[in-house]
Design a protein around this ligand. Structure first.
Ligand SMILES: [Zn+2]
Length: 498
């Protein structure tokens, strides 16, 4: 994700009602200890989002089917089928789901009871499921494209339809899921829309069934994907095809009326992919492209194989050309850093954003003569303030109440790229470049943590770097920059109001 740099007026939000509900759920638990426990929201213990994800199973695949009613203000009809393997005996199956009506649930083809608890859909199968068994959960539900007052993300209403922006924790506002990046799975996505609309989703097309009134479009991923990276575009759009390095299919999804205006930007993608392949190795997925949405999202987002961009980023003349291109490279580099290699927890977000910022800055240096060193020196000056406001890069502060994307602070962007710069200063360019290639190679299609990065870096440098990383990733203040002892970080108070 990258916030589009323009002033936005934050909407005041409140979470008081939910907090009260949770508090009462807890007290019910205490009283009814011997009776069957009430359904409660569970999580996988993410420090920043405690109720995200669910214990007891590992999802292998999602099959999502949406029916678009032809307007983006009415709920879509949905059927979500989840194939998973249980890792514990399950009397109940918690799914994350919070923004639609559930009509019925089946577990292994048998109707199951269900209720909601917090942002979880809690399913009670007719018979408990043993550990180590396959389960298929089918949920018939609606999916509401109108954003609720206290929720960030999920469906994005565009001028001509819908797109999706689920990072960090909004996949479950669109479909029932295990909404944590540590549980990646394969996706098949079907979208039925009235004729005249075009639907595109992650992965490659796997057929389109046309009837007199509507078309069902099917897409399938060839690589596992986190729920936060799902994308579905429905609109009056055209799909442009071109060829990338080694014949990689590149496809962009563009409002049909803007085809001509946007083409000069879109045709840059194959060279950008080739540039990044030169840095870190082969592009990790089956296809890539840009989804140009006519919407005020306030950010761009690296949805897997099809990054979401605000159309206006490319049509607003105030943005310099080099800057727009470096943002294209930011989202492209996330396909390696964040998508192919997903964060183990949301505290590992710096691995996504620090690397995407790094290649964004490196591209600007090599292609537009914007020196990395000057950018990093400026980041160093601000770094202590960023740490004071948002925490150190690998132990970021939690989101502000009601603004869950507020974890996307400068400490995980330039603040984290600064830590990578320090690492390159510390171990030298050749070792740093080997590490970058190795990281996306070793953890391809996987999930990795900050500790994994420290281990790999130490192995490649041939010495224990845990002390070095402790300061750069977890320190309250910024350590001295190797090779630049003269760099200074302004005291947080001095920058207030600056
Ligand atoms: Zn980003």
């Amino acid at each position: 994700m990258l916030l589009t740099p323009r002033p936005r007026i934050p909407r005041p939000r409140t979470r008081r009602i939910k907090a009260a509900l949770l508090a009462s759920a807890v007290s019910v638990c205490l009283i009814a200890a011997s009776a069957p426990s009430p359904a409660t929201p569970l999580g996988v213990g993410d420090r920043l989002f405690p109720h995200l994800g669910n214990p007891g199973y590992d999802v292998e695949s999602y099959d999502l089917a949406f029916t678009y009613p032809g307007t983006n203000t009415e709920p879509l009809a949905g059927v979500t089928t989840i194939d998973a393997v249980t890792s514990a005996r399950l009397d109940r199956i918690n799914l994350d789901y919070a923004h639609g009506k559930v009509g019925s649930v089946e577990v292994n083809g048998v109707p199951a009871a269900f209720t909601s608890a917090g942002e979880d859909l809690v399913v009670t199968p007719a018979e408990p499921l043993p550990a180590g068994s396959w389960m298929r959960v089918t949920v018939h539900h609606t999916s509401d494209p109108v954003v609720a007052k206290d929720q960030d993300g999920g469906w994005v209403q565009t001028k001509d339809g819908l797109a999706m922006a689920n990072q960090a924790d909004a996949g479950h506002l669109v479909f029932p899921c295990n909404d944590h990046p540590s549980d990646k799975a394969m996706f098949t996505i079907h979208v039925t829309a009235p004729n005249g609309y075009t639907a595109v989703a992650n992965g490659l097309p796997a057929g389109a069934d046309r009837t007199r009134r509507s078309t069902t479009w099917t897409y399938r991923t060839e690589h596992p994907m986190a729920t936060e990276l799902a994308q579905v575009s429905i609109g009056r759009s055209s799909v442009l095809h071109r060829s990338g390095p080694h014949g990689l299919p590149v496809r962009d999804v563009v409002p049909t009326k803007d085809l001509k205006t946007l083409e000069p930007w879109l045709k840059k993608t194959p060279d950008q992919i080739a540039w990044l392949e030169g840095k870190v190795g082969r592009y990790p997925f089956e296809t890539y492209g840009l989804l140009m949405a006519e919407a005020q999202t306030g950010f761009e987002l690296e949805t897997q194989t099809l990054s979401l961009f605000e159309r206006d980023l490319f049509t607003e003349p105030a943005y310099p050309k080099w800057y727009v291109e470096s943002i294209m490279v930011h989202e492209l580099s996330h396909q390696w850093f964040g998508d192919s290699v997903s964060p183990r927890t949301w505290s590992d977000l710096w691995l996504n954003e620090g690397h995407a910022t790094w290649y964004e800055a490196l591209y600007a240096e090599e292609k537009a003569h914007k020196p990395m060193e000057a950018r990093m020196k400026a980041a160093y000056r601000a770094s202590d303030s960023w740490r004071a406001a948002g925490g150190p890069p690998a132990a970021p502060k939690g989101p502000k109440p009601g603004q869950k994307i507020s974890i996307f602070r400068p400490n995980v962007y330039d603040g984290a790229a600064l830590a990578l710069y320090a690492l390159r200063q510390e171990i030298g360019r050749p070792a740093f470049e080997r590490l970058e290639r190795a990281w996306v190679g070793v953890h391809r299609d996987g999930v990795a943590s900050t500790a994994d990065f420290v281990d790999l870096a130490s192995g490649i440098a041939g010495r224990d770097l845990s002390g070095f990383f402790q300061g750069w990733l977890y320190g309250k203040t910024t350590p001295p920059m190797p090779g630049h002892p003269d760099w200074k970080s302004d005291a947080p108070q001095a920058r207030k109001g600056a």
